[in-house]
Design a protein around this ligand. Structure first.
Ligand code: GUN
Length: 293
């Protein structure tokens, strides 16, 4: 069994990006600039945005965090997005999700300039991705594909079972892995909360990607010998022995699944750091994208 080390892989990619930024700046170019919008006080969202800001500084990007109280109105938020869209110094914009319930997430995402949509959430970019056209790929799926490639894991002709159908992870991954591409060329099954007899599907899988947000959901008896296991889960549970007061649990029961797996991602240190570095890749791409609108 091999651990898919997302931390080490992302550190390597960050060094590559930092080098590209250095060359860009030495050639008279400007530093890529990522703007993030954070609404409200959700603890997990604050942590994720903090990780994104730290990664920006590690690779030499400029980053700006726009924080707003949970009470911000839809119109106010959209006005700010329009201002960022018009600001030529900013290359990429992310709005950290989820948003408070009174805000319309779809309308907010629609307001982002597709050329600055480094999360790849705008319908125009989702459409391009689905067609296999060049665009910003959503960071978690992109990071997973990169991790599989870095470890030379063949996907062609493999049966990939994805558990979870979110717009951020499950659905885009299903699209990407079914494309005629490398990684890709998979036979894909999407399982979700209404799937009956989920073990029937997971036991046939060459690759299982668990992205449902239910700690320890995938158990050893649901997995065939030699499967590749990718764990996207990052549920926080209280833990007084930890400095920050919580620990992260994946969707995979590592103890029973790892002995059967050929490759497996740990939590933490697997998919999480690959997500962050993929956002950096997208931001660099946005900065290099000459065409605006
Ligand atoms: N919330 C959970 N994952 C993500 C992500 O990749 N991007 C944004 N903007 N919000 C998220």
């Amino acid at each position: 069994m091999v651990i898919l080390d997302g931390k080490a892989t992302s550190d390597k990619i960050k060094l590559e990006i930092a080098q590209m930024v250095k060359e860009r700046v030495e050639a008279g170019g400007k530093r890529p600039h990522l703007a993030a919008i954070l609404v409200g006080n959700d603890g997990a969202s604050q942590t994720y945005v903090g990780h994104k800001e730290r990664a920006c500084s590690q690779v030499g990007f400029k980053s700006t965090l726009h924080r707003f109280p949970a009470e911000i109105t839809q119109d106010e938020l959209i006005e700010i997005i329009h201002e960022i869209n018009e600001n030529d110094d900013i290359d990429g914009l992310i709005v950290q999700l989820p948003l408070p319930a009174h805000l319309d997430e779809d309308a907010v995402i629609n307001a982002i300039d597709p050329c600055k949509d480094v999360d790849g959430f705008h319908p125009m970019n989702v459409g391009k991705m689905t067609l296999g056209l060049p665009t910003f790929l959503p960071a978690t799926p992109y990071g997973i594909l990169r991790l599989l490639s870095e470890y030379g894991i063949e996907t062609k002709g493999k049966h990939c079972v994805i558990i979870g159908r979110s717009n951020i992870v499950g659905r885009p991954l299903a699209n990407l892995l079914s494309l005629k591409d490398d990684p890709g060329d998979c036979t894909v099954t999407i399982c979700h909360s209404h799937t009956k007899n989920i073990e029937f599907f997971t036991r046939q899988a060459d690759i299982i990607i668990a992205a449902l947000g239910s700690p320890g959901f995938v158990k050893g008896d649901m997995v065939r010998e030699g499967a590749v296991i990718v764990d996207v889960g990052i549920t926080r549970v209280a833990d007084s022995t930890k400095k920050n007061g919580y620990r992260l649990l994946g969707d995979v029961d590592f103890e029973t699944v790892a002995p059967k797996a050929s490759y497996i991602t740990p939590v933490p240190g697997g998919v999480g750091p690959m997500t962050i570095v993929s956002l950096m890749v997208n931001t660099l791409k946005a900065a290099e994208c000459k065409k605006r609108k």
